[in-house]
Design a protein around this ligand. Structure first.
Ligand code: PEP
Ligand code: MG
Length: 592
C-alpha cells in the first residue's frame, strides 16, 4: 500500500529509488558497490574481520581478572556466539553476493534488519539483546574500517560507476538523522536522494544536501519507522513529501516531472557563461559556496565568478582530535585557489560548534550529550579565539595560499568589538610570522560575517575595521528570531521574510554600499530565487550560493530592472506580510 510521509523540502527535485535504511550512527560507513570479480575478496574481508574479532573476544575473556564478575565472562560468550550466528555474518554474506554491497554496508544493512526484529519482540530480555548484536557489529565495523582503508576510492563509488553492477536500481538513504560531516561522505556515495526524521531547513545537513544538488526531505518525523528496507520511494524535494511504494500512475507522473526538470536544468545550463547583468546594466557577482576544495571544480563549471564562502570547518570534522596542521590546510586551500584559476576564493575560518561538532555526532545526539544550547556556545570565532595557536595556524595556511591566487579571509559570528580586535591582531601576528620565516603571501582582504543581530546593528563599527562584510542569513535569522535552525520542532518559525530580518539585511547592505565597502549575502537566501529581486532592490550586487543554484539566480538577475525594484522596496519593508507584497515587486520588475 502506498503511503505519504511529510517533512520539509530542503533540496529540490525528484528522486526515485529503493530505500536503504541506515542507523544514524552508521551513516558514515562506506557505501559502494563491489564488482563481481571482487565479491569473494569482500566476503574474505568479512571472514577475516569475524576471525579477528573472535580472537579479540577470546583474549579478553582469557585475560579477565580473577575477581571479575561472572556476568562479564558470560557476556563475552554471548558476543562470541552472536559473532558466529548465521543471522549476522551468514546473512551479511547474502547482501554482498546478491546486492554487491561492500562488507561494511552489507553488515549495517543486516544489522538494520535484526534491529527491527529485536524491536518487535515481546520479551523484554530478548529485546535488550539488540544492544549486544550492535556491540558485536561495531567491533566488526571497526576492524573492517582498518582492514582496507580507502577501498571506497579504489572502487569508484560514484553513482555512474556503481550502476554497472547487477543492474542496480537507484538508491535513496533513509535515516533518523545525519551529521553534517557524514553528509560529506555522500558526495562520494551511491545515493540519489535522502530522507531524515529530524532536521531543519537550514541545518548544515540540509545545506550539504543542497550543495550536492540531490533531492532531500528532512524532519519527516516517522520516516525511518514507516519505511522498510527496499521500499520504492519517491522523494519530492520541492513539496517535502516522500511517497512510499507509489502506484504506477503516481510513479509515472513523477518520472515525467523528473524528465521535465532535467530539461529545465539543461536549458538553464546554457546561461553558464552569460555575464549576470540586469536589464538596466547592473553587473551582479554570482559566487559559489563550497565545503571541500574538490567542490571548486563544480563551482567553476557552474559559472561562478569566484568562491564567496569556503566552509573550512569540514576539513576539521571527524578527525578524532587529529586536526589538520598548517601544511595540510595550506595544501587544501591552495588546491581550491588553483582550481578557481585566478578567481577569488573567500575562505571562512573554522565555524565549528552548534550543529557542526568536531567529532562525529548527529545534531540529535549533540543535543542529548550537551544539555546546554550549543548554538549559543563556544562556536565559530569564539572557538578560534579560545585556541589561539590553532587559529594562527589556520590564518598562516590561508595567507600562504594567497601566493597562488586571490584569497580573502572571512570571520564567522563576530559580535564583539573585542573579538574584532583579537581577530585582526591574530591576522597581523600570522603575517609577521610568515615574514619572519620568509614565506610569501599576497594581499588578503579580511571580512566579517554579519550573522548576529549585534553585528548588524553595529554595522558602522564593523565596516570601520573590515575590508568587506558577508551576510550569513541562516544564522542571522536563527539569532534574530531565537529559532534553532536545526530543530524541526520550531522550523515553521524560521522565517526569512520576518520584517526584523529584512530590516537588518537592508540596513547592512545600505551602510556597506554607502561607505564603499563590499557586501555579499552567503546564506541560503542568496540561492533562493524568491529573494533575488528583493535583495537586488536593497542594493545587493554580490550573491554567494551552492553552485547548483547559480543558473536559476542568474536567470532572475537577467530579467530584473533594479530601478523599478528599488521604487517598490519600501512597500515590502513596511508590509505586514512582506512575502505577499514582494510578489508585486517582482511583477514590477518584469519587462513590458
Ligand atoms: C549563514 O549563517 O548564513 C552562513 C552562510 O553560514 P553557515 O550556514 O555555515 O552557518
Ligand atoms: Mg553561519
Amino acid at each position: 500500500m502506498s503511503i505519504q510521509v511529510f517533512g520539509m523540502p530542503v533540496s529540490r527535485g525528484v528522486a526515485i529509488g529503493r530505500a536503504v535504511l541506515v542507523a544514524s550512527s552508521r551513516v558514515d560507513v562506506a557505501h559502494y558497490f563491489v564488482p563481481a570479480e571482487r565479491l569473494e575478496h569482500e566476503v574474505a574481508r568479512l571472514r577475516e574481520a569475524r576471525d579477528a574479532v573472535a580472537a579479540e573476544l577470546t583474549a579478553l575473556k582469557r585475560d579477565l581478572p580473577g575477581d571479575a564478575p561472572a556476568e562479564l565472562s558470560a557476556l563475552l560468550d554471548v558476543h562470541l556466539m552472536l559473532l558466529h550466528d548465521e543471522a549476522l555474518t551468514g546473512a551479511t554474506k547474502v547482501w554482498i553476493h546478491e546486492r554487491h554491497y561492500n562488507a561494511e554496508w552489507a553488515l549495517s544493512a543486516q544489522l538494520e534488519v535484526l534491529a527491527r526484529q529485536f524491536d518487535d519482540m515481546e520479551d523484554a530480555y530478548l529485546r535488550e539483546r539488540k544492544a549486544d548484536v550492535e556491540q558485536v557489529a561495531e567491533r566488526l565495523l571497526r576492524y573492517l574500517g582498518r582492514s582496507e582503508p580507502g577501498a571506497a576510492e579504489v572502487l569508484a563509488p560514484a553513482a555512474g560507476g556503481a550502476r554497472d553492477f547487477a543492474g542496480e536500481d537507484p538508491l535513496v538513504l533513509v535515516a533518523n538523522d545525519v551529521a553534517p560531516a557524514d553528509m560529506i561522505q555522500f558526495k562520494r556515495s551511491v545515493f540519489t536522494g535522502f530522507v531524515t526524521d529530524v532536521g531543519g531547513k537550514t541545518s548544515h545537513t540540509a545545506i550539504v544536501a543542497r550543495s550536492m544538488d540531490i533531492p532531500a526531505v528532512v524532519g519527516a518525523r516517522e520516516a525511518s519507522r514507516l519505511i522498510r528496507q527496499d521500499d520504492w520511494l519517491v522523494i519530492d524535494g520541492d513539496a517535502g513529501v516522500v511517497i512510499v511504494n507509489p502506484s504506477p500512475i503516481v510513479l509515472e507522473e513523477y518520472r515525467f516531472r523528473q524528465r521535465q526538470s532535467e530539461l529545465e536544468r539543461a536549458r538553464l545550463n546554457r546561461l553558464r557563461h552569460t555575464p549576470a547583468v540586469t536589464l538596466d546594466g547592473q553587473a551582479v557577482e554570482l559566487l559559489a559556496n563550497i565545503e571541500l576544495p574538490a567542490d571548486a571544480a563544480g563551482a567553476l563549471e557552474a559559472g561562478a565568478v569566484g568562491v564567496g564562502l569556503f566552509r573550512s570547518e569540514f576539513l576539521f570534522m571527524n578527525r578524532d582530535g587529529d586536526l589538520p596542521d598548517e601544511e595540510e590546510q595550506f595544501e587544501a586551500y591552495r588546491s581550491a585557489v588553483l582550481a578557481m584559476q585566478g578567481l577569488p576564493v573567500t575562505i571562512r575560518t573554522v565555524d565549528i560548534g552548534a550543529d557542526k561538532p568536531l567529532d562525529r555526532m548527529s545534531p540529535t545526539e549533540l543535543r542529548h550529550e550537551h544539555a546546554l544550547n550549543p548554538a549559543l556556545g563556544l562556536r565559530a570565532i569564539r572557538w578560534s579565539l579560545s585556541e589561539p595557536g590553532m587559529f594562527r595556524q589556520q590564518l598562516r595556511a590561508i595567507l600562504r595560499a594567497s601566493a597562488f591566487g586571490k584569497v580573502r579571509i572571512l570571520v564567522p559570528m563576530v559580535a564583539h568589538l573585542g573579538e574584532i580586535r583579537a581577530t585582526l591582531e591574530a591576522v597581523a601576528r600570522a603575517r609577521q610570522q610568515l615574514d619572519d620565516a620568509g614565506r610569501p603571501y599576497g594581499r588578503v582582504e579580511v571580512g566579517a560575517m554579519i550573522e548576529v543581530p549585534a553585528a548588524a546593528l553595529m554595522i558602522d563599527r564593523f565596516l570601520a575595521h573590515f575590508d568587506y562584510v558577508s551576510i550569513g542569513t541562516n544564522d542571522l535569522i536563527q539569532y534574530t528570531l531565537a529559532i534553532d535552525r536545526a530543530d524541526d520542532a520550531v522550523s515553521h518559525l524560521f522565517d526569512p521574510w520576518h520584517p526584523a530580518v529584512l530590516r537588518l539585511i537592508a540596513d547592512t547592505i545600505a551602510r556597506a554600499n554607502a561607505c564603499g565597502r563590499g557586501v555579499s549575502v552567503c546564506g541560503e537566501m542568496a540561492g533562493d530565487a524568491a529573494f533575488t529581486d528583493l535583495l537586488l532592490a536593497m542594493g545587493l550586487r554580490s550573491f554567494s550560493m551552492h553552485p547548483a543554484r547559480i543558473a536559476s539566480i542568474k536567470q532572475r538577475v537577467l530579467r530584473a530592472d533594479t530601478r523599478k525594484l528599488a521604487a517598490t522596496l519600501e512597500a515590502v519593508m513596511q508590509a505586514d506580510d512582506p512575502a505577499r507584497e514582494s510578489g508585486r515587486l517582482h511583477q514590477g520588475a518584469q519587462p513590458a
